[in-house]
Design a protein around this ligand. Sequence first.
Ligand SMILES: NC(=O)c1ccc[n+]([C@@H]2O[C@H](COP(=O)([O-])OP(=O)(O)OC[C@H]3O[C@@H](n4cnc5c(N)ncnc54)[C@H](O)[C@@H]3O)[C@@H](O)[C@H]2O)c1
Ligand SMILES: O=c1ccn([C@@H]2O[C@H](COP(=O)(O)OP(=O)(O)O[C@H]3O[C@H](CO)[C@H](O)[C@H](O)[C@H]3O)[C@@H](O)[C@H]2O)c(=O)[nH]1
Length: 324
Amino acid sequence: MRVLVVGGAGYIGSHMCKLLAGRGHEVVVFDNLVTGHREALRWGRFVEGSLHDAAALDALFTQHRFDAVIQFAASIAVGESVREPLDYYRNNVGGTLELLTTMKRHGVRRLVFSSTAAIFGTPQYSPIDENHPHAPLSPYGHSKLMAEQVLRDAAAAGHLDAVALRYFNAAGADPEGELGEAHDPETHLIPLLLKAALGQVPPVTVFGSDYDTEDGTCVRDYIHICDLCEAHLLALSYLQDNPGFSAFNLGNGKGYSVKQVLAVVAQTIGRAVPTVMGPRRAGDPARLIASSELARSKLGWQPKMPELETIIRTAWRWHQAPGF
Ligand SMILES: NC(=O)c1ccc[n+]([C@@H]2O[C@H](COP(=O)([O-])OP(=O)(O)OC[C@H]3O[C@@H](n4cnc5c(N)ncnc54)[C@H](O)[C@@H]3O)[C@@H](O)[C@H]2O)c1
Ligand SMILES: O=c1ccn([C@@H]2O[C@H](COP(=O)(O)OP(=O)(O)O[C@H]3O[C@H](CO)[C@H](O)[C@H](O)[C@H]3O)[C@@H](O)[C@H]2O)c(=O)[nH]1
């Protein structure tokens, strides 16, 4: 397949490009590098441009006949979305709309879309399956839910076929050490702990120890980036026989508290990790754990690296010698 990877210079998108190329697919990346890295663009062709540039998108689709599109490009920081909601709706909803309009105009039907656990809000039950009600707690979560609605409606109208994948906590890095997580500023727990262990950032604040969980800290379901990317490949195949709109939750179904993550990090890397206790971070649900039974049964998805220790070991390899 010839696959357009929008946002392919970012953390998840760059891992996706490596996987696609490794499986013999032709890759074209479209990215404005607002948070992505030029150095991560090692697989496929790169076209620099923004989703807000309709002419650039049109030229891209005129030049290449894509069999499918994977849409990773978005603004992703939950806290920032509360401060700058218009930017988030513009990029995550408006940008996606521009892409879909171009796809429709050029007759490209197949789309895999990056969604998030943030569409569910505070869990009403756990693990969270696809029937769980949607009640986002942030403009970021709302923007992704709105984009999903757009996909659902466009699919119902017969314009395209789409799979939305709701990632829980994406973590880890390319086991070969060629790619890794390099958000700037970094807000995610595992890379922050590794950077703190290396003395690159101040001690990590543990956001709240009074949650209704086993040890009082928040519980999350961490999923290896490579397992996540495999699910996108499976979703592309699924779309061949399953037109319309579908959505799948992606996690390992196992929760780790912040304190448990800390302990596994310290044990895996053999170093102490400086942390301080702090207050809760606004908008953090106590527990987010995925049920991925639907992805397993419908997509045939089977995570190969479910252990937190493996996730941390691959991330640690990258952080000790980051390529960018
Ligand atoms: N990282 C996570 O834990 C996580 C969890 C759930 C969902 N997601 C979703 O996965 C996707 C990828 O996340 P990531 O962690 O790789 O983020 P990232 O910031 O590393 O990557 C996003 C990429 O999109 C590009 N981009 C942003 N706006 C663009 C625009 N208007 N035009 C062109 N390119 C644009 C950026 O330059 C960047 O390369 C996002 O949609 C995010 O919401 C991520
Ligand atoms: O410095 C930090 C950073 C995080 N945490 C805690 O560690 C856990 C994981 O936090 P991350 O910021 O790594 O991840 P989130 O669970 O907040 O966010 C993830 O899930 C969200 C959906 O809820 C979004 O999709 C987001 O993009 C994705 O990274 C949370 O309990 C958080 O409170 C800390 O204690 N200290």
